[in-house]
Ligand binder design. Structure first.
Ligand SMILES: Cc1cc2nc3c(=O)[nH]c(=O)nc-3n(C[C@H](O)[C@H](O)[C@H](O)COP(=O)(O)OP(=O)(O)OC[C@H]3O[C@@H](n4cnc5c(N)ncnc54)[C@H](O)[C@@H]3O)c2cc1C
Length: 164
């Protein structure tokens, strides 16, 4: 469950900065969203429940397969990190479904699970414009269809100014 919020953050106890984009959740989708947002020049905050599990793979340490394999290549063509991290931590590359027609072929890499998460974290930490915060988002305050505040479990409150 990853969702992306576009707003400015006003002052609170921990941060004085303003953010253009806040990404909630540091799974594969959130890590990629945070990287692309920051690399596009937006001041970005990644809020996730556990900073140790950013980009963590599931029990099957693989990237790819039908649909996801194609998406990872498309993300790679657009300058994303998923393919880069997969290559850097790869144990085995395989094109699945070769016995079927080309429409069914799907690239998949098996990676070192621990190295994969470490490499993601390393690349994100080197990305300019990107800050991290560990906590659980427990609520959003919306007024007149505009998002005003992001509430975190530790009672940190980001007050928001919408960009549009
Ligand atoms: C059994 C299994 C096998 C799989 N095999 C493969 C495979 O072979 N190849 C492949 O490519 N993919 C595989 N996947 C899929 C892969 O794991 C998912 O595609 C990927 O992890 C999804 O990433 P995500 O970012 O969408 O979500 P998640 O990885 O679920 O990340 C969500 C993140 O959001 C954080 N979060 C959630 N709620 C909040 C909140 N309120 N506040 C703050 N943070 C929050 C969570 O802590 C988590 O870090 C498999 C998945 C499973 C379960």
């Amino acid at each position: 469950m990853t969702f992306f919020l576009l707003f400015h953050v006003k002052q609170n106890k921990m941060f004085n900065s303003r953010y253009d984009v806040i990404v909630v959740g540091g799974g594969h989708a959130g890590a990629e969203a945070a990287a692309s947002s920051a690399n596009l020049g937006a001041k970005t905050l990644l809020v996730t429940m556990n900073l140790q599990t950013i980009g963590q793979m599931s029990c099957n340490p693989a990237m790819g397969g039908i649909a996801k394999g194609q998406i990872v290549r498309e993300i790679d063509a657009m300058g994303g990190y998923s393919g880069v991290v997969s290559d850097l931590t790869a144990i085995q590359f395989k094109m699945l479904n070769k016995s079927k027609g080309p429409a069914m072929w799907s690239p998949r890499v098996q990676s070192d699970r621990a190295q994969f998460a470490l490499k993601w974290r390393e690349l994100l930490e080197k990305t300019p414009n990107l800050d991290f915060y560990q906590d659980m988002v427990v609520g959003l305050i919306v007024e007149k269809i505009k998002l005003k505040e992001l509430l975190l479990a530790l009672e940190i409150r980001f007050i928001l100014n919408l960009l549009f």
